[in-house]
Design a protein around this ligand. Structure first.
Ligand code: ZN
Length: 232
């Protein structure tokens, strides 16, 4: 085994082949909603009903999505690698868990959870949310929101992520644009601690030049092959 401690960062490209990457085309969702409206605290304050509608639709589609070969390959890596494997995902779907990954950080939150802004409770949530939804923990209404990280909000568990980046000897970035911070800086953090760095993506990301190694192609093909090479 060449590597001891592995950190994996995953993004939208990983779930694209699970039917979740086609939102832009599907039902013209992105022509009816824009990111400023549905992915910022200000947008939620202005029009909570519209934001709830957007996430209710996406939460409904989650039920149709299934992990693909790349999710399963990463779960297998965690199970069979004789060392540490931490998966950090920017995705708010639950496909890593569904494939069997256990050591996982959802740095941008989870679509399958609701957060009460009044009492701070984070609750598993399968149905719809509205401005009338009462919080099961404190009973208050008007404060329930998707438990996801919006633009301008702090991503989750950053201390644990930077600790793992400082200790890893292999950093793998999969299906990310390399354009969203702070995740776009993880490769530099890993390099600074002497780790080997690999980008697995459909095409070179904005941060491609920062990686020591790169493999391009559909995630379901290149991730499975790369994991097989690590476990050989
Ligand atoms: Zn509450």
């Amino acid at each position: 085994m060449r590597f001891n401690s592995i950190v994996i960062l995953t993004g939208a490209g990983l779930s694209a082949e699970s039917g979740l990457g086609t939102f832009r085309a599907k039902d013209g969702l992105w022509t009816r909603f824009n990111l400023d409206e549905v992915a910022t605290p200000e947008g939620f304050a202005r029009n909570p009903a519209k934001v709830h509608e957007f996430y209710n639709l996406r939460r409904g589609w989650l039920k149709e999505a299934r992990p693909n070969a790349a999710h399963y390959a990463l779960a297998r890596l965690e199970q069979e690698h004789r060392g540490e494997v931490l998966t950090v995902t920017q995705n708010i779907d639950a496909l890593h868990e569904a494939a069997g990954t256990r050591n996982l950080i959802h740095m941008h939150g989870e679509l399958g959870k609701a957060l009460c802004a009044r009492c701070g409770a984070s609750l598993t949530w399968e149905g719809d949310l509205s401005i009338e939804t009462p919080c099961p923990a404190c009973g208050g209404t008007g404060a329930m929101r998707p438990d996801v990280v919006w633009f301008g909000e702090m991503p989750r568990e950053m201390d644990r992520i930077y600790e793992a980046l400082a200790a890893c000897d292999l950093f793998i970035s999969i299906g990310t644009s390399g354009a969203v911070y702070p995740a776009a800086d993880f490769v530099a953090e890993a390099r600074a601690s002497g780790a080997h760095t690999v980008e697995l993506n459909l095409e070179p990301s904005d941060g491609a030049s920062h990686f020591a190694e790169a493999i391009y192609g559909p995630a379901t093909e290149i991730v499975s092959a790369y994991v097989a090479s690590l476990l050989r």
